[in-house]
Design a protein around this ligand. Structure first.
Ligand SMILES: [Zn+2]
Length: 354
């Protein structure tokens, strides 16, 4: 019987949204052994100010943090909320935010790249207006959604390239060269190109990987059009999945867990499909399935899920633990969104206990 004991972990990329459902989403994260979280700022309006009152245009980290804490988020030891970068973000805002202790990271969204990402600007804006420089100086981490915006057809998703591939070949080298001391997390990477880029970049460059990108390819999405697997960046090809798995299993400290769990109450409609997989309550089980967790890779799994990310963000490794047992489970997750295993109709190979 395989039973593994791990320290509680940090989900370093999750969407908790806003309003009444937040409490259920947070509970699902607590139920899967999360000690802390990095909650993405793409609410409506976006969290694009550090402190002060919310306005119709922008919310503040201070207020969104309070909202999450009120929705039982005070059970978490740490909550990081990145600042949503917009053309209105200033270097002064970064410096002051960091000094106040409220600002730890900031998120780059390609304009119109994914859910509620219409407020961002192109990468060159922040490379040239002093914002990235201020982040580098103040030690504020950059969370980057690495996809080129404005592409379509073959350039967006083709056999030989795609929006992420393009971004890591054409944009990232210049960014890292210009700001070598800027700590960067390449969020939810999905391609061999991104794995190779992060592996060969300096030690300030790391990456999160979601469970679904370790488990599935675009074939799984397309066969039967399983829209619950529709997320951005899209699941890619077998060689990409193998590169992601090799990176995660390598124990390399640059790669760590960030689920990108993104609940949508209504996933598919008559005119499209919301991007995002909801993996609250089930992520460690999915990661263990992707990893094919066993005695030989349990140490690498622990680094990937529990310690690499915490160390990159300078968070304490929790003393509390949870267990994963190799025993099928089909957990109910209380939520208005469909968790990925139910959406795909799969049983989990692992049972999680706190
Ligand atoms: Zn995300």
């Amino acid at each position: 019987m395989s039973v593994f004991n791990f320290p509680k972990w940090y989900d370093l990329h999750v969407h908790f949204r806003q309003g009444e459902p937040v409490a259920d989403y947070i509970q699902a994260h607590i139920d899967m052994g999360c000690a802390g979280i990095l909650a993405m700022p793409n609410t409506q309006p976006p969290v694009a100010r550090v402190s002060g009152k919310n306005t119709d245009t922008y919310w503040t980290i201070e207020n969104y943090l309070r909202d999450l804490q009120k929705a039982e988020g005070d059970a978490f030891s740490d909550i990081i909320i990145p600042l949503y970068l917009t053309p209105d973000t200033t270097p002064e805002m970064i410096i002051e935010g960091a000094k106040s202790g409220a600002l730890h990271s900031a998120k780059y969204y390609p304009p119109h790249g994914t859910t509620n990402s219409e407020h961002g600007a192109g990468l060159e804006t922040y490379m040239n207006n002093g914002v990235f420089e201020a982040m580098q100086d103040a030690g504020v981490i950059l969370n980057i959604h690495g996809e080129e915006h404005g592409l379509s057809g073959e350039a967006y998703f083709g056999a030989n390239s795609n929006a992420e591939d393009y971004f890591y070949r054409q944009r990232m080298p210049a960014l890292v060269e210009k700001f070598p001391d800027l700590k960067i997390v390449c969020e939810h990477i999905t391609t061999k190109t991104a794995v190779d880029f992060v592996s060969s970049a300096n030690q300030n460059v790391a990456a999160t990987i979601t469970p679904q990108h370790l488990m599935f390819t675009v074939a799984d999405l397309l066969q039967g059009l399983k829209y619950h697997l529709y997320c951005l960046p899209l699941v890619k090809f077998e060689q990409d999945k193998q590169a992601l798995l090799a990176a995660a299993r390598s124990g390399n400290t640059k790669f760590f867990a960030g689920t990108d769990s993104a609940p949508h109450a209504v996933k598919a409609t008559q005119c499209g499909c919301a991007a995002g997989c909801f993996t609250g309550g089930i992520a460690p089980q999915l990661y263990a399935m992707g990893f094919d967790l066993d005695e030989n890779n349990a140490d690498a799994f622990k680094k990937f899920l529990c310690t690499n990310g915490a160390e990159f963000y300078d968070l304490d490794i929790p003393t509390e633990t949870f267990t994963l047992e190799k025993k099928p489970s089909n957990p109910e997750v209380k939520s208005n969104a469909t968790p990925l295993h139910k959406g795909l109709g799969i049983e989990l190979n692992w049972t999680l206990k706190l």
